[in-house]
Design a protein around this ligand. Sequence first.
Ligand SMILES: Cc1ncc(C[n+]2csc(CCOP(=O)(O)OP(=O)(O)O)c2C)c(N)n1
Ligand code: SF4
Length: 323
Amino acid sequence: MSDAQMKTIKDMPREDYFVRGHGACPGCGVAVAVKNIARIIGSDATVYVPASCLIVFSSLYPTAAFKWPFLYTAFENTGAVISGIKAAYRRRGKETTVIGMAGDGGTFDIGLQALSGAADRNEDVIYVCLDNEAYMNTGIQRSGATPFGAWTTTSPVGKKIQGKREFKKDLGAIVAAHGVPYMATLSIAHFNDFLKKVQRAKEVKGFRFLHILTPCVPGWRSEAAKSVAISRLAVETGMWTLYEIDHGEEKLTYKPKMMVPVKEYLQMQGRFRHMSEEDIQKLQAWICEKWKHHYYEEIPVPPCELEKGRKDLITDEDPLHGV
Ligand SMILES: Cc1ncc(C[n+]2csc(CCOP(=O)(O)OP(=O)(O)O)c2C)c(N)n1
Ligand code: SF4
């Protein structure tokens, strides 16, 4: 079956380029995402992975789980290194897919400058951000991707603060501002959508950015068997939104039928266990605002959630106003 015909998980090639024997924790969202990206991309690719959980569990010398040519240098330079790899192939007259796979720390924070440079130059590469919402490899430190309220070792829970005080950085908006040819958000629970987006990233020329929410069992203090369920709930609650921007055209690729209260998502993860009702309401308000931005008036925010949110979200035009 040719790549262009892959529509559902049943069409996926069986051949693996990220093979068994790696050391990821059971239930690791990063491992699920990487294995499936590798199957969809196929044989002809070169991958760069900076310091992160993925480098540790995939490639401890002298073994490697990648069957692709594989490079590693430093933490902060994914955008720069993949640009260089592509240039070297171009000089040799070889056409191949060059992919960088970095964590959220390596993308939202320390690697942001190199990412911006590569996006700005419209390098012909795929950049994948495996977003487990903290620096997991070094013991769960807060990153710009960590959600409001979450416990990490550097956003502790005590008398003075109760988890992270800032909201998640809107990385998609930052990348989109570079006017890149293709960017998308992905979830390991929405597999046909995942498949389509990786295929599209493979066929587009220029800078492509894939941002995947990847649950982390020890970091999120969740059950290994619940990683897919948590990813699904992230989308249903509005914590994560599935969209793509293809040559300037923005499209929601999955629309929940209704908004599920964020509490249901928080309850599945120990990193939010301490959250006060006031903090849950603050997070709910942030989601209501994001929800309205993405889904406009099409999928209304339920009145109970609006109540919890900022009052200025309720307008006269809102179909639920006064209900
Ligand atoms: C310049 C530099 N600073 C710090 C480190 C230590 N370090 C290695 S991996 C890592 C965390 C990676 O976090 P993230 O990018 O979110 O990936 P994850 O491990 O969560 O998948 C850190 C801080 C380093 N290798 N280089
Ligand atoms: S610590 Fe988290 S990201 Fe790292 S291997 Fe385990 S589940 Fe995956």
